[in-house]
Design a protein around this ligand. Structure first.
Ligand code: HEC
Ligand code: HEC
Length: 220
């Protein structure tokens, strides 16, 4: 069985499971997903309304730190949503309740979490703008240290990796030369383990930018 067949099967299965749940059937009409093959915010919004907005409302309730009522509020948290809702399965507390929601959410994130599909984007100026800004073109064609990564490090790293370093950090990361020896470690700690900076970077766009820069051989 080819990968695309398997993929199709999982989506169909998801739709069947979701159809069996009251309230979700209409939103995830099988034909809809078969027709588009690509998921958009419209497919995903019902999951957030059913599973998250009870706490992640505006204002947030029960100790939730932010509201997740619409695409713009969700987009900056995609990476943490992936970790908590899909990997650790402890968000919402106890894990996602709707059968199949995890498959759908993970597939949407895998596709780059589009707001709208491409034709809609071109038709609707506003939709295009939102998707482009937040999830569409997440990475520039060729990020450089000077224009992209240094500013990122100033935000996320150089409170500790200053010169001289503070907070127990072992070295400064203020210049291109200082960063060079640690490119492999950025990949491991910042992108894979996500424990550097401590707590990780929650903004998916920023992580993607760093990944692209590393993939390109870390241009100056
Ligand atoms: C019963 C209330 C409740 C529900 C429902 C809920 N959350 Fe949360 N959420 C919290 C609380 C409380 C915190 C802060 C404590 C924590 O991080 O565990 C939180 C924190 C978060 C964070 C930030 C934490 C981090 O690790 O960066 C994200 C992202 C998040 N929730 C996403 C979601 C998503 C997505 C859903 C639905 C699929 C959801 N939550 C459903 C209560 C809730
Ligand atoms: C709150 C302070 C703090 C921030 C912010 C921080 N670091 Fe660190 N960093 C440390 C400390 C402390 C260590 C040594 C302990 C360790 O390795 O966990 C360290 C170690 C490292 C190491 C060497 C460890 C290894 O596994 O090779 C690298 C590389 C690194 N940090 C990169 C970064 C990058 C890149 C950022 C920003 C994206 C960042 N750090 C943000 C405190 C910080």
């Amino acid at each position: 069985m080819s990968a695309s067949h398997l993929h199709y099967l999982i989506l169909s299965l998801t739709v069947l499971l979701l159809s069996a749940c009251a309230g979700f059937g209409e939103r995830f009409a099988e034909e809809e997903i078969m027709a588009t093959q690509s998921l958009t915010w419209n497919d995903i919004e019902p999951i957030f309304l059913a599973e998250c907005v009870g706490c992640h409302d505006d204002p947030p309730k029960l100790g939730a730190p932010q509201s997740l009522r619409n695409y713009d509020e969700v987009a900056p948290w995609l990476n943490r949503i992936k970790v908590r809702s899909l990997d650790l399965k402890d968000m919402p507390p106890g894990g996602l309740r709707t059968q199949g929601a995890d498959i759908l959410l993970s597939e949407w994130i895998r596709q780059g979490a589009p707001f709208a599909d491409q034709s809609e984007e071109m038709a609707g100026e506003q939709a295009g703008e939102m998707a482009g800004e937040t999830a569409g073109e997440m990475t520039k064609d060729s990020p450089s240290w000077e224009h992209d990564i240094y500013p990122l490090f100033e935000i996320y790293c150089n409170t500790c990796h200053a010169n001289p370093p503070t907070g127990g950090a072992p070295f400064p990361l203020k210049t291109y030369e200082q960063a060079q020896p640690y490119l492999d470690r950025f990949q491991v700690r910042v992108i894979e383990l996500q424990d550097m900076p401590p707590g990780g970077i929650s903004n998916l766009e920023d992580l993607e930018l760093l990944q692209t820069w590393l993939d390109l051989g870390a241009p100056q």
